[in-house]
Design a binder for this molecule. Structure first.
Ligand SMILES: C[S@@+](CC[C@H](N)C(=O)[O-])C[C@H]1O[C@@H](n2cnc3c(N)ncnc32)[C@H](O)[C@@H]1O
Length: 368
């Protein structure tokens, strides 16, 4: 059950919290439940019914999701027949959004699939050369070199995006904890699950089918962009759904550190040199002010100012910095009414047991 805290702001007044329940809301659109989830830090996949319940009550026809991550929230909005603009500063995220949100019609047909798995030896062996002994078996690495070349032979950008999405999901399934921070002999993680037995090529063929099934036309011109939030072109939208990383109390929130392999794969490491001194062959971290305690407050303020003309819905969590009250006050500088919805939540993501057990309160802070 979600709770709504109504915070009416006046200057220098500590927010007043009125509680009410959101009840009898319609169920999430069936389409959205069929989205191919990616195991991803901060994914809102398990919170989609609550996000739907809450935002379905807000009046909007178009929506921007500029921290799109796995794309599951943007896809929920697409399933609600809204016009969606999804964006993320990671190229691999933006490709997934292109495949599933921007793409209304294109599927990978038999001809494209044959092209993709064509066995001609690849022109390049960058992946095999760099990642042997780091991630995956030799046959998987050879396949990744081959399929990377074959994807580039496809003419249609949506076909390419679908193939990439299928490949990223395959790679995540074959990586025991779904992150690229651990390498070498990972046999102690092998709990017998099917995902770890299949080759990446076998996964890829299955995932093509999965992503083909996710394609649908909501009758709107949806877009997928790749951009830093502060460099986004001006998109005229009714609602902006913001889900930035939170400065955590412990650990860090670096997406490049966890997903560098997918980001490299998305462009065959063109322009992304590998730091050969790192055990897992990382690329340089992408800067975001949302990772730093001393910069986050100013970044939220700047972000709210930037989207002051639209309604704003911010996903946030009780374990982040700055805290709820500070965020409500910041949003109140740019919005007449700020309403806070909250829900208890337990995160299952993490690379150590402490993080896995994290119990938090999730917030949706809505400014209108
Ligand atoms: C909490 S995750 C979003 C999760 C997403 N809503 C989902 O459910 O999958 C935050 C995302 O913000 C992206 N990101 C971080 N800093 C960014 C920035 N300055 N501009 C654009 N995207 C950024 C990260 O790449 C990451 O995908």
């Amino acid at each position: 059950m979600s709770e709504m805290l109504n915070v009416k702001l006046a200057s220098n007044v500590v927010p007043l919290r009125a509680r009410a329940h959101v009840e009898n809301q319609p169920a999430i659109p069936a389409r959205a439940t069929r989205y191919p989830d990616l195991r991803y830090m901060g994914s809102k996949s398990r919170l989609l019914p609550w996000i739907f319940e809450t935002l379905n009550a807000v009046d909007f026809d178009s929506v921007l999701d500029p921290f799109s991550g796995t794309g599951c929230v943007g896809y929920l909005f697409k399933s609600m027949d809204r016009r969606v603009v999804a964006s993320d500063f990671m190229n691999f995220s933006s490709l997934v959004a292109r495949a599933t949100i921007a793409n209304n019609k294109v599927h990978l047909d038999g001809k494209a699939i044959r092209q993709l798995i064509d066995g001609t030896p690849p022109a390049h062996n960058f992946i095999e050369k760099n990642f042997s002994g780091v991630f995956y078996k030799q046959e998987d690495l050879k396949f990744l070199d081959r399929v990377s070349g074959n994807i580039r032979q496809l003419q249609d950008p949506y076909e390419q995006a679908l193939a990439f999405a299928a490949l990223f999901r395959s790679c995540l399934k074959r990586q025991p904890r779904g992150v690229f921070t651990i390498s070498g002999d990972l046999s102690h993680y092998d709990d017998g699950r099917r995902d770890l037995r299949l080759s990446i090529e076998e996964h890829f063929l299955e995932q093509i089918e999965v992503y083909n099934n996710a394609v649908f036309d909501n009758g709107r011109r949806n877009k997928a962009l790749r951009s830093d939030i502060f460099e986004l072109s001006n998109e005229r939208v009714d609602l902006v759904y913001l889900d930035p990383p939170y400065v955590p109390r412990s650990d860090d929130n670096c997406y490049t550190k966890r997903y560098h392999f997918l980001e490299g794969l998305s462009c065959y490491w063109q322009g992304l040199p590998i730091d050969q001194n790192t055990k897992v062959k990382k690329i340089a971290k992408r800067y975001t002010p949302f990772s730093y305690r001393r910069e986050a407050v100013e970044a939220f303020d700047r972000m709210f100012a930037r989207f002051a003309k639209s309604k704003i819905a911010l996903s946030y969590s009780s374990n982040g910095f700055p805290d709820l009250q500070q965020l409500v006050e910041l949003m109140g500088k740019h919005k007449k009414t700020v309403t806070v919805f909250e829900k208890p939540h337990r995160y299952h993501f993490g690379t150590h047991s402490k993080v896995e057990r994290a119990s938090v309160t999730e917030y949706l802070i809505v400014g209108q």
